[in-house]
Design a protein around this ligand. Structure first.
Ligand code: HEM
Ligand SMILES: [Cu+2]
Length: 481
């Protein structure tokens, strides 16, 4: 295997597709942030948001953010992975087509059909609209998710095909001969290792998601076809947990590829790195019962597994990445600009966000914190300050906006990062005081926290809007290699 061959420039159609993925995601992030802001303003009593509309917005915000993160993460993976393997451009476009058709159905299901049961579509909510939505609205929402899943399934199958045809097997893609054997062949590059892990967990997750979507869809129109509520909840959280986590595992490839360019030092793929990715392949799938800690009918062993895996599962990749990033940057004379700054910020946000997640993965804590604002607190931290910062860092990079940042960029960087930390911390504090999550109307005692949170939300949305404008107006400088 020879990875040192010069990288061929991207054919125009794949460059266009990647820019379409990224451009759409930049716009959707800003739009969905505005929806988040509306919710927070409603909770702050600054906006009279009727409860039914709040839950429609909450459903759109949740589904939209998770979906667009999947799309943007896969663009990062695809862009770098094609440096090493032969990916199919047609499938990249097909995935986008499936995605956009799914989005149309989802938005129709929510804002025309009235579906407001949350992006997690927990059974039997879709069939219990209580007059707010009917089976058609719910079916549009579920069908839209299914369409998006089909697109992603095609994409990851193509990634699997490409990795197998170059490296021989997925085990080799994960570097097992180097990890477990004494092979002195050079291990696959970090991008290939990460992509192999992601395709394994995401194909499994998407198939589980498709199964449960079909079960619930059939039940919607044929209630006599009974569905087991506990089974559906397991499948939904298996799929949901894996899919959102895999977005970071795709976006992090940007760190592995961009920091070496900046520091002119290679990203080292050693046994620790390979071991972390292999261990996480199993753990990211085994940890999902931490979403069911309050479901007393679950077998105890599964919940104990959820707690133990929460303690161990989130760390390996984070540690090898953060440690690797620090060592590669240390005394390298790196130039700090928007791409490298945002990538570094993302490492911080990811690491900080994992801590409250792990705390909540403890059964004794979850007894109290379950379904409080603590939960959106942890994931907004590692999604806004971690994942989305990583993605915007990549967007600055791909449009060639490196080098000394301008005043607007610096300003956007600070209001985005401080706003993101502030928004998440106010969520966490609310959670600490047991303010419930997913409540349209907040009690007068809670509003004192919802109000500063709304201001922070506005800062994040403004920062992201500047990032998005800077990306969209620099598209002509986009690099092809
Ligand atoms: C300006 C930035 C943002 C604001 C103001 C915001 C605000 C909110 C609010 C108010 C909620 C409902 C909290 C509750 O349970 O009461 C929420 C939920 C959520 N947000 Fe955000 N958010 C922002 C950015 C993001 C980003 C960037 C992501 C993901 C990449 C995200 C993903 C989610 C998810 C998955 C939920 C859960 C929805 C549910 O409970 O069904 N948010 N957000
Ligand atoms: Cu989880």
């Amino acid at each position: 295997m020879n990875d040192s061959t010069a990288i061929a420039p991207m054919p125009g159609s794949s460059k266009l597709a990647i820019l379409a993925y990224l451009g759409i995601s930049a716009l959707v992030y800003v739009l969905m942030m505005v929806l988040g802001l509306l919710m927070r303003m409603g909770q702050a009593n600054w906006l009279g948001l009727p409860a039914d509309l709040f839950y429609q917005i909450m459903t759109a915000h949740g589904a939209g953010m998770v979906g667009i993160s999947g799309l943007a993460g896969s663009a990062v993976m695809w862009y770098f992975l094609r440096r090493y393997v032969d990916l199919t451009v047609g499938i990249l476009w097909a995935n986008l087509a499936f995605f956009l058709s799914g989005v149309v159905l989802i938005l129709g299901g929510i804002f025309l059909g009235g579906y407001a049961g949350g992006w997690t579509f927990l059974f039997p909510l879709p069939s219990h609209g209580m007059g707010l939505w009917g089976p058609v609205g719910a079916a549009c929402f579920l069908g839209g998710l299914l369409l998006i899943g089909v697109g992603f399934l095609l994409l990851y199958l193509d990634v699997a095909r490409a990795i197998i045809s170059k490296y021989g097997s997925l085990a080799r893609g994960l570097g097992w001969p180097q990890l477990f054997g004494n092979s002195d062949e050079t291990p696959p590059p970090a991008a290939v290792v990460a992509a192999t892990m992601v395709l394994l967990v995401n194909i499994t997750g998407i198939v589980a998601g498709a199964v449960v979507l079909v079960l619930i869809l059939v039940n919607l129109f044929m209630p006599e076809f009974e569905v087991d509520a506990l089974l559906t909840k397991n499948l939904i959280y298996f799929f949901g947990h894996v899919f959102i986590n895999a977005t970071i595992y795709q976006a992090v490839i940007a760190v592995y590829e961009i920091l070496p360019e900046y520091t002119k030092r290679p990203w080292k793929v050693n046994k620790v790195f390979l071991g972390a990715w292999t261990a996480s392949t199993i753990m990211v799938m085994a940890v999902y019962p931490h979403h069911l800690l309050m479901d007393f009918v679950m077998p105890t062993w599964a919940l104990v597994l959820g707690q133990i895996m929460s303690y161990t599962g989130g760390f390996p990749i984070l540690v090898v990445t953060a440690f690797g990033a620090l060592t590669i940057v240390h005394r390298s004379g790196i130039q700090w600009d928007m791409p490298s700054g945002l990538l570094f910020l993302s490492m911080f946000g990811w690491a900080v966000g994992v801590v409250p997640a792990v705390i909540d993965g403890t059964i004794a804590v979850n007894n109290v914190m379950h379904n409080t604002m603590w939960v959106p607190g942890h994931f907004h931290m590692y999604l806004i300050v971690g994942l989305v910062a990583m993605l915007f860092g990549f967007k600055y990079y791909i449009t060639g906006q490196d080098g000394k940042p301008g005043m607007f960029d610096k300003l956007a960087f600070w209001i985005y990062s401080l706003g993101g930390v502030g928004l998440s911390v106010t969520f966490l504090i609310s959670g600490y005081f047991s303010v419930p999550r997913r409540w349209a109307q907040h009690m007068p005692e809670w509003v004192g926290l919802s109000q500063p949170a709304a201001l922070m939300g506005a800062a994040v949305a403004l920062g992201a809007a500047i990032f998005a404008i800077r990306f969209l107006t620099s598209l002509k400088h986009a690099r092809a290699v």
